[in-house]
Unconditional design. Structure first.
Lengths: 117, 710
């Protein structure tokens, strides 16, 4: 159906996952695998850049919930950035901003990781 | 007996008796008038023609029966031979030859002449009918025509003697006689019936044709002897000619049949086997369309292979693909098999005939590299001519055969290899090329059958699941309110439709103490069955806790605690809960991450969105801090709409129905009653989405306040 792509890169030692397209129950396993791989290679500072994310379903949100505990106990974090207003609204309705670090721009998120070191 | 048969038999007997009477009369009185003799001849011929007609009417035989009834023919021929022999040896000086004519020397001679003529005539008719069926057994171009030529020649030969004196000979008759015999020789090559006999039948046929050949020869010689010849000639020259020719035909035909059967005997077994192979394949092909039970199928395949190849043992092994993909590894007799290459297979022996699992394992151990692995890799049939000399067969165990041969054939479907068919024989070099071919053919048929039965099983399973889902759907419908309370203060209406059979949307309306009305709408993350389970849990929690907690916020905090223990960490539930005081029109709303409520007042339509967080996202203070109670005063004609994201996220292509459209719809509909508002919203969403199937559950609850403030 709809396309979903993940681009993984490094920004000043922080792992960045760029999401593109539709994140729903069908595509969520892709993101799950990507985050799991980062955790397996002990990379706990993760920024998820949602610049090109056009839709996120509850299953997509569940992916972040699945890993946040693991990452935080390892003194890392999953920070989210560059959300479109529509995607932000989905996070916001559910109260995610109270639990997750959601910032406007990717570099802010990276900055926050660097500061906390 | 029907009328025609009575008439033919009666006519035949009557003609015969008239002729006998005439003969008695002409022995004492000279009645040798040409006309009368001609009438007599006609009567004799009529008697035999009617006899023939009677036999034709009495029984019509199939070719197969004719072969089986050769014995009966033999008995008739032997009886005739015995009787005529006795007559020949007991009678002397019967006729006196005078001017080419025969004069009987007594009453006895006349009666015996009739009897001998009848015996030979009857035997000839029976013989002829037999031979006709055998000759026409497998018709080719000209088969029937050749026989017709022979029959015509025989009859013309016989009729050419009508009116001749008994001792007279003509060139025409002799020439015709010769031509008829020529035709007989030609027709005697029509022996295809022998080919289709079983070996046992061929042995019988050999004996019968030899004996028949003997008796026919004897009768031929006998009938040309002076005594019998005179009897026959006296009674009827044409009948004598017919009998003579038919007996000669029988003589030649059975002689040929004997030789032919003799030559067919060595190939009888092979021919029989080919026939069995074809029949078995045919039967198997038919079974495929009838049997869908897996075990019955493999049983049929292995037992047919056993039977056709005359193998000692036969079994089938199902190959269940790579490990981890194996569908039914739960089966107790599955064996794990290691291969040299990284792929691992699971094989399972089924339909074992004359062999035990232990023996198979001794022959081809499951945990070693054996012939099995070679076939799995090469996917071609393999033959082991001598088990004791092949390294690919282990045969180390106590039960393993020390000798014999083995054939291994893979079952290849379009998706790959699904199994392996094995057959063993006790002797070395037991499997020839054609054995392998027929086993391969069985394997192909078996593949189709097994694939078929799998497909059927799958569709049955799907049918069963659909039935279960329908049941679940019915049950879930009952978890939603069957009827909404009817109140003077408010109008209420609601609808909830899952995207699949079951869904994760939930709504409920309860009456609480103190004249208060509780309205809840919720959405479980995800869709389908897992969402439906959480939905029923939420229902339980709501029914239990809503009565206890006075404020929506308190309820949501407790609901979050209650859910925390059971909910998967990647799932959550969003709820919006409002408590309406029916006396005052005060509505208190609390939101656990759910879509904001739409409030329509006289001066406009807005979203009411107290801060909040989804249930299951966090336990403890973070959740409690996020939740707030928000209290509103409802005025007459105010409308509240609760809904799930299935409404706002209803899609047409990439575009969503969205929050703005929802507000606009309600703005348009707000003057109407609650049911019309609900239907109006659904109608607009439907019109927006068009033909696309809904991708999420959808719930709408509409509340309209009707009471004027006190």
């Amino acid at each position: 159906m709809s396309d979903f792509k993940i681009l993984q890169r490094e920004n000043k030692g922080v792992s960045v996952l760029e999401l593109k397209g539709y994140l729903d129950a069908h595509t969520a396993p892709k993101l799950e695998d990507a985050i799991q791989n980062l955790i397996t290679s002990k990379r706990y500072n993760i920024v998820v850049n949602c610049k090109d994310l056009s839709y996120i379903s509850s299953a997509g949100l569940g992916v972040f919930m699945a890993f946040i505990e693991d990452v935080r106990t390892n003194k890392g974090d999953i920070k989210l950035s560059n959300m479109s207003p529509k995607v932000y609204n989905v996070f916001d309705l559910l109260g995610f901003p109270l639990l997750y670090d959601i910032v406007k721009e990717e570099h802010e998120a990276v900055q926050r990781f660097l500061k906390s070191k | 007996m029907n009328l025609r048969r009575i008439l033919t038999l009666g006519g035949s007997i009557l003609s015969g008796l008239i002729v006998l009477g005439l003969d008695v009369m002409r022995s004492s009185v000279d009645l040798d008038v040409t006309g009368l003799m001609l009438i007599r001849e006609v009567l004799v011929i009529a008697a035999f023609v009617l006899l023939y007609a009677f036999l034709e009417l009495s029984e019509t035989r199939k070719a197969e029966e004719s072969v089986q009834k050769l014995g009966l023919l033999l008995v008739v021929a032997v009886v005739v031979a015995l009787m005529t022999s006795i007559i020949m040896f007991t009678s002397d000086a019967t006729f006196e030859a005078k001017e080419g004519r025969l004069l009987p020397l007594g009453f006895n001679a006349i009666v015996l002449a009739s009897f001998v003529s009848l015996s030979f005539g009857l035997l000839s008719i029976i013989l002829f009918r037999h031979l006709r069926v055998l000759t026409l057994y497998k018709r080719k171009k000209g088969t029937q025509r050749n026989l017709m030529i022979q029959i015509v020649l025989t009859l013309v030969t016989a009729l050419s003697t009508v009116g001749l004196d008994p001792l007279e000979n003509t060139v025409v008759t002799s020439v015709l006689f010769g031509l008829a015999i020529g035709a007989m020789v030609m027709n005697s090559f029509r022996l295809s019936w022998i080919v289709y006999l079983s070996k046992r039948e061929k042995v019988f046929s050999l004996v019968y044709s030899f004996l028949l050949f003997g008796v026919m020869t004897y009768l031929n010689v006998l009938s040309h002897g002076k005594v019998l010849n005179e009897y026959l000639l006296y009674h009827s020259y044409p009948v004598r000619e017919f009998s003579a020719l038919t007996l000669i035909f029988g003589n030649i035909y059975f002689g040929m049949a004997f030789v032919s059967t003799l030559f067919h005997l060595p190939t009888a077994e092979a021919f029989e086997r080919k026939t069995t192979e074809i029949t078995s394949l045919h039967n198997l092909g038919r079974l495929i369309n009838q049997v869908f039970d897996f075990n019955e199928l493999v049983d049929t395949v292995t037992s047919m292979t056993l039977q056709v190849c005359e193998a000692k043992a036969c079994w089938l092994e199902m190959v269940h693909g790579r490990e981890g993909m194996a569908g039914d590894s739960s089966r107790s007799d599955s064996r794990r098999l290691n291969l040299q290459h990284p792929e691992r297979y699971l094989v399972q022996a089924v339909g074992m005939k004359n062999i035990q699992l232990e023996e198979i394992e001794d022959l081809l151990p499951y945990d070693e590299h054996t012939l099995r692995d070679v076939v799995i890799q090469e996917r071609k049939p393999l033959v082991v001519d001598d088990l004791s000399r092949d390294g690919r067969v282990k045969g180390k165990g106590r039960n393993a055969p020390r000798s014999g041969s083995l054939v291994v054939v893979p079952l290849m479907s379009h998706t790959g290899m699904i199994g392996i068919l094995y057959a063993t024989k006790e002797m070395e070099f037991g499997f020839f090329k054609d054995d392998v071919e027929v086993i391969s053919a069985f394997a192909d048929q078996a593949t189709i059958a097994i694939e078929n039965s799998r497909l059927i099983d799958e569709s049955l399973e799907r049918e069963r699941l659909m039935q279960e889902m329908r049941l679940a759907q019915e049950m879930q419908k009952r978890l939603l309110p069957q009827a909404l309370p009817t109140l003077a203060e408010v109008q209420l209406d609601a609808v909830s439709t899952p995207a699949f059979e079951v869904g994760g949307d939930y709504y409920d309306v309860v009456m609480l103490e103190g004249d208060r009305l509780g309205i809840v709408v919720g959405d479980v993350s995800g869709k389908g069955v897992s969402a439906a389970f959480y939905m029923s849990e939420v229902k339980g929690i709501f029914q239990a806790l809503s009565k206890i907690h006075r404020s929506p916020r308190e309820f949501l905090i407790e609901a979050n605690n209650a859910l925390a223990s059971s909910i998967d960490r990647r799932s959550f539930v969003s709820l919006i809960y409002g408590i309406l005081e029916l006396r005052t029109g005060l509505l208190t709303i609390s939101r656990a991450g759910h879509c904001p409520m739409v409030l329509s007042k006289k001066n406009g339509v807005t979203y009411v969105r107290p801060s909040g967080m989804g249930l299951g996202l966090s336990i403890g203070p973070a959740f409690a801090d996020a939740i707030e109670d928000l209290t509103l005063q409802l005025d007459p004609s105010d409308v509240c709409v609760f809904y799930t994201d299935g409404l706002t996220e209803a899609r047409r292509g990439e575009e969503e129905f969205g929050y703005d459209r929802l507000l606009e719809s309600i703005e348009r509909l707000k003057e109407q009653d609650a049911p019309e508002i609900k239907n109006g919203i659904l109608g607009e969403v439907k019109a927006f989405v068009g033909n696309e199937t809904p991708h999420d559950d959808l719930t709408v609850v509409v509340l309209k306040w009707c009471k004027t403030a006190p």
